[in-house]
Write a protein that binds this ligand. Structure first.
Ligand SMILES: C[S@@+](CC[C@H](N)C(=O)[O-])C[C@H]1O[C@@H](n2cnc3c(N)ncnc32)[C@H](O)[C@@H]1O
Length: 281
């Protein structure tokens, strides 16, 4: 194989990804090459004339081939940044999304404001929400619930990685079923895609676990269940905050108000889309 520089390798890979209709071909190529080389992306520019060892080029080409089959970049690098922390991820967990930082910050700030306490994260997945909150609110403790034992393994790994494992209990089960006692707050980013829309999702989203996406016929199944059971698990004045999908905020706000939650608030994401609904009991 002909010797190639970093710049040449990136140019070729970018062209292949672009031909394969991958949305951000240059960015993805850079992230994957930096991952293979264990470099920061900036170093690709500083060292763009460097000739790379064959084994690095072969590994990079393998990853580019997987990216062309719509494997998400985060599943290839096995990491995703969330709240400034580099979370471990794999195919058993939803890749944490930037908009979920709104729910995380909101619940974290509320807990911090009331001196900490214990909160539940329903559908914890990689642990992105609960672990970030614990990292930034040192006086908080968490119960992380997920129906997927494989997802909880990833969350446990992340809890160790970010040194919060001593303040978190993990429960494998169905929403509130494994929980006992009362919580100061409940946070959840549940599956919320209507079942009929799953087949229209982007090819790379389809690589994420269906159980992390499928919200039932109208996408609202988990909100109905969480909102109807939450009052039994919240202290008086306790907070329930959930992330919602596009066009779901009005229905979820109605559910909260019908269940006697007060001070119901809607928070928007950076695109102006209603993203979090919260209320107190
Ligand atoms: C949208 S993902 C959210 C993951 C993570 N909290 C985040 O925000 O990145 C939803 C999670 O709920 C879990 N889940 C699905 N059904 C559940 C159930 N009945 N009880 C508990 N967790 C469930 C899925 O396994 C998945 O990890």
């Amino acid at each position: 194989m002909q010797k190639k520089t970093v710049a040449e390798i990136l140019k070729e890979a970018t062209a292949r990804l672009a031909a394969g209709k991958i949305e951000n071909p240059r960015l993805d190529a850079e992230i994957l090459l930096a991952h293979v080389l264990k470099w920061r992306r900036l170093n690709l520019y500083v060292n763009d004339e460097k000739i790379l060892p064959l084994e690095n080029i072969l590994r990079f080409n393998e990853l580019i081939n997987l990216r062309l089959k719509n494997f998400p970049v985060a599943y290839l690098t096995k990491t995703k940044d969330f709240m400034g922390l580099s979370f471990a991820v794999n195919e058993n967990v939803l890749i944490p999304r930037p908009e979920t930082e709104i729910l995380t910050e909101y619940v974290g700030e509320n807990l911090r404001g009331s001196g900490g306490g214990i909160f539940a994260d329903l559908g914890a997945g990689s642990g992105a929400i609960c672990i970030s909150i614990l990292k930034f609110v040192k006086t908080a403790r968490a119960a992380a619930v997920d129906i997927s034992a494989e997802a909880l393994e990833v969350a446990k790994f992340n809890a160790e990685k970010f040194c919060v494992a001593d303040r978190i209990n993990f429960y494998c089960g169905d929403l509130f079923a494994p929980l006992e006692g009362k919580f100061n707050a409940i946070a959840s980013n549940p599956p919320y895609i209507p079942t009929g829309e799953l087949e229209n999702l982007q090819a790379e989203v389809k690589r994420e676990p269906k159980s992390a996406l499928d919200g039932g016929e109208d996408g609202l199944n988990f909100y109905r269940r969480i909102i109807s059971d939450a009052p039994k698990f919240l202290v008086s004045g306790g907070l329930l905050a959930v992330e919602v999908g596009i066009n779901q905020s009005a229905a979820v706000k109605n559910l909260l108000e019908a269940a006697n939650f007060i001070d119901v608030e809607i928070l928007k994401d950076l695109s102006g889309i209603d993203r979090v609904i919260a209320g107190r009991i």
